[in-house]
Design a protein around this ligand. Structure first.
Ligand code: FAD
Length: 463
């Protein structure tokens, strides 16, 4: 019998697998990472010896619980680590596992692929020594090292303070935290954020700890450029009218997160623009059912709601899959999970208020700024293409300029390119479309593709 498949072994995927196994199914759980845990509870290699408390801080108990749940499933599910799903089409996934491609059919699919950093480039962001905030955190969690000896972290969002705290606590030197949000934004968000006082207190604790340990926090900071030669040497920024400079040898940047939505896209899910998250997201009902029958969405991959919500959404999506197969489920539990998820919405709005997207970013971006580093395209080249061709859709701009056609497939540059396009053609960002997913959604070696001719994707159609 064809099994249900879950893509992503983070909090959402593990709880989904647990719920399916508890109801007698044996799902396949696929993840490109070597161990279950996802981003927030990413596990280091087995021989690393940092304790959960050192690795996950106040989240240690949750991390240990999720890892234990994943380990306990070992003989009740088919867990496939180190396995990248790089293509999906009606009922079949193409999976790259240790250099070989396998076709994985499914009967019911839960996509729980999480998120990545939302990057807004600044001049100099392509210098060696610059990484995303998430990348900086992965270095710490997975490799036990910092990205440099004097690190500036900048952008905005909760991850900014969390990474700064984790770095400083682990003994790395954080020379500054540059937050583009203003203190007034964070104060204005308080009533909404008080709906989840424990999370709010955690955020306040990180800030207080950083201040108490002498880490400078600059709010309302506008990065002007990252300077350097062969590697990062410093950051120039302005706060109000004051120009300032800080020396450093590494920079982590990020403006919150963006959902990984390529698989639902390849599988034909309907999307809609979400004003709050300033992104096109796949539509789903309260239980996680997408617009495609048999396809369920859970966790940050369907909209950023955080780790707790991911666990609830993963379980709820699994219950939906079971319900749709006519299997009996605990309806009260399903309702309770939906209520918990709905209860997070005010806090989510609060986060956007506290760390607002810098909507003037595109207007302030110089023509020389590199937006798409894979194809080496600047903001000016994108604007010129828009001017000369009248392009007002991001896929049209992609076809004309190659933006988003490189290795990252728009996962890194897509947000920025869309913002530049909207600014250049004078349309709201929600009206210029979204970069369509194309296989392979992440790089796949040609040697692996040639070993599996049936899996080679159709050539990309000209937009
Ligand atoms: C870099 C980063 C760091 C973060 N750190 C924190 C933190 O410290 N604390 C916190 O509260 N929140 C953090 N967040 C947010 C946090 O990740 C989420 O709230 C939570 O982990 C979401 O759980 P999830 O199960 O939806 O997704 P994730 O935990 O992201 O899990 C998704 C899984 O899907 C896998 N995957 C994705 N695409 C594919 C594919 N095509 N094929 C195979 N596998 C795939 C990934 O390897 C990953 O293991 C972080 C987010 C990011 C992007």
């Amino acid at each position: 019998m064809t099994p249900p498949v879950i893509v992503g072994a983070g909090p959402a995927g593990v709880r989904a697998a647990q719920a399916l196994a508890a109801h007698g199914l044996r799902p396949v759980l696929v993840d490109e990472a070597p161990r279950a845990g996802g981003q927030v509870y990413r596990r280091p290699p087995a021989h690393f010896r940092r304790s959960p408390a050192e690795l996950y801080g106040s989240e240690a108990a949750r991390a240990v619980a999720l890892h234990a749940a994943a380990d306990a499933l070992a003989d009740r599910i088919d867990h496939r680590p180190d396995s990248l799903v790089w293509n999906a089409q009606g009922g079949v996934l193409d999976v790259l596992q240790r250099g070989r491609i396998e076709r994985l059919p499914y009967d019911g699919l839960i996509v729980a692929t999480g998120a990545t950093d939302r990057v807004l480039p600044v001049p100099g962001w392509t210098l060696p020594g610059v990484t995303t905030l998430g990348g900086a955190q992965v270095a710490l969690k997975f490799q036990g090292c910092a990205i440099g000896e004097r690190v500036v972290l900048m952008g905005s969002g909760p991850l900014l303070y969390l990474v700064a705290y984790q770095y400083a606590k682990a003994g790395a030197r954080v020379v500054a935290v540059l937050d583009s949000a203003r203190l007034a934004d964070q104060v204005a968000a308080l009533p909404m954020m008080l709906t989840r006082p424990a999370i709010l207190m955690k955020g306040a604790w990180y800030v207080a700890w950083l201040r108490a340990h002498g880490v400078p926090i600059v709010r309302d900071a506008r990065p002007l450029r990252i300077v350097g030669g062969e590697r990062v040497e410093g950051v120039e920024f302005e706060q109000g009218d004051r120009l300032q400079a800080i020396e450093c040898d590494a920079v982590g940047i990020g403006h919150a997160l963006r959902s990984e939505t390529q698989l639902p896209d390849l599988l034909g899910c309907r999307f809609a623009f979400d004003e709050l998250q300033r992104a096109h997201l796949p539509l789903r009902d309260a239980a996680g059912r997408s617009s495609v029958p048999g396809l369920y969405l859970a966790g940050d991959g369907a909209g950023i709601l955080g780790a707790d919500a991911a666990e609830w959404a993963g379980e709820r999506a699994a219950l939906a899959l079971l319900e749709d197969r006519g299997l009996p489920v605990d309806a009260a539990r399903a309702r309770a999970l939906e209520q918990r998820l709905a209860g997070l919405r005010p806090f989510r709005r609060g986060l956007e208020r506290a760390f607002p997207f810098p909507i003037d970013w595109a207007a302030r971006a110089d023509d020389e700024l590199i937006v798409c580093r894979c194809e080496h395209l600047s903001a000016g080249q994108l604007r010129r293409t828009v001017r000369e061709t009248g392009a007002d859709d991001i896929n049209r701009l992609k076809a004309l300029s190659r933006v988003g056609m490189g290795r990252c497939q728009g996962r890194m540059c897509g947000v920025a390119a869309t913002e530049i396009l909207a600014q250049a053609c004078g349309r709201p960002v929600g009206e210029v479309g979204r970069l369509r997913g194309q296989a392979p959604i992440k790089p796949v070696p040609l040697s692996a593709l040639s070993s599996a001719p049936s899996a080679v994707p159709e050539p990309e159609a000209a937009a």
